[in-house]
Structures are given as C-alpha cells and as structure tokens.
Design a protein. Structure first.
Length: 163
C-alpha cells in the first residue's frame, strides 16, 4: 500500500515544489521510492498550470536535485487518498485544516519544520518569491533540515503498515 505525502505552500511554484523534490530524493536514497509517493500543491490556484519558479529550479539543480513540475491547487477531496499533508507555514496549516472534511483529515496536516529539532519555535519556511536568490537558498536549507526527521516519521508509518 502506497504512503502518500503532499507538500503545500501558497502558489505551488517555490516552497512546496522544492520540498517535493528534496523529499522525493530522500525517499529514493532510503529505498522507499516504491512505497512512498510524493507530490505538492498550493492553497490557491494563481499559478495553476505553470512550472516551478526558475529560481527554485536553479537552486535545486545547483544542489543536485531534479524537478519536473506543474503547479496545481490543493483540493479538499484529496485528503481521503493522502496520508500526510505537509504545510510550509502556519498560514497554510490553518487553511488546510479549515478545508479538511473531517477531524481525522485535519490531523494529517503538519508543519514541515516541526520535523527539524533545530528549528526551535520558528516553524515557518519564509516565502522567497519576492526576494532574491538567497531566499531560495535559505528555503532549501530549511527544507533539507527537516527532511531527515520527516523521512524517519514516514519510514516508521510505512514499516508499521508492512509489519
């Protein structure tokens, strides 16, 4: 049974596709790519159909990550097929929990940086869209910082299903 993870930011062109690419690479490195499916979406549909922001693509490529991406808007009906919905900031967390059809679905939503013990109390990944390349690099650092903890949590859930 496939474990499904969806990363969600505002427009699905910067933060969430970056998290998707990084986590997909971590899943593959861990040998879980046949068991875990990774994708992303946005809380809004402003960029639906667009590719990832070129700055996102550049930072990912510079750091050895691949991304093939088309932006889309998260739909409440997706909750039923997803195991984990990973929000990139508190605004996304609130928006996703608000549209969750059930309490069980709302409990599927977590903040990405909650998986990073070094994050402290600041669990938001800042939106780099209106800034320069350094914001995208900082975003990647935060995503990478949370990926190990997220992978451990997903691995535990996947192994619990197989056992």
């Amino acid at each position: 049974m496939t474990y499904r993870v969806c990363f969600v930011c505002t427009g699905n062109i910067c933060r969430s596709p970056m998290a998707e690419a990084v986590f997909r690479a971590r899943v593959a490195e861990a040998g879980l790519d046949g068991l875990v499916e990774v994708d992303s979406a946005g809380t809004g549909g402003w960029h639906e159909g667009d590719g990832a922001d070129p700055r996102t693509v550049a930072v990912l490529e510079e750091n050895g990550y691949a991304l093939s991406h088309t932006a889309r808007q998260f739909q409440p009906s997706w909750f039923s097929r997803l195991d984990l919905v990973v929000a990139l900031d508190a605004g996304h967390l609130r928006a996703l929990r608000r549209i969750a059809p059930t309490e069980q679905d709302a409990r599927k939503v977590r903040l990405l940086r909650s998986y990073d013990p070094a994050a402290g109390d600041d669990l938001d990944v800042p939106d780099p869209y209106y800034g320069g390349a350094d914001g995208f690099e900082e975003c990647l650092e935060m995503v990478e910082g949370a990926s190990a903890g997220l992978l451990a949590a997903v691995r535990e859930d996947v192994e619990g299903r197989v056992a």
